[in-house]
Design a protein around this ligand. Structure first.
Ligand SMILES: [Zn+2]
Length: 78
């Protein structure tokens, strides 16, 4: 996995509790793993699901962009 993917997975997102509406912080890695977090408001367990695989897709796009960039950089190296 690239450094960009690692940085992406370590980034935090706000997740709104479906029960009380309070915003909680969740790391994207937790979303990819399908972890559960405890709501800091009502203490409900919130299952993090990347339902439409948008997190995984964004990660793959980031990896592809980095590979493209590396390829471009190696071609212009003198
Ligand atoms: Zn809550």
């Amino acid at each position: 996995m690239s450094q960009l993917s690692d940085a992406f997975l370590r980034s935090w997102q706000t997740v709104e509790c479906p029960l009380c509406g309070i915003e909680n912080d969740a790391q994207l890695a937790s979303v990819v793993r399908g972890d559960a977090i405890l709501c800091r408001g009502c203490h409900a367990q919130i299952r993090l699901i990347d339902g439409d695989s948008s997190v995984s897709a964004a990660m793959n796009q980031a990896d592809a962009a980095m590979k493209q960039l590396r390829s471009t950089v190696s071609r212009i190296r003198l």
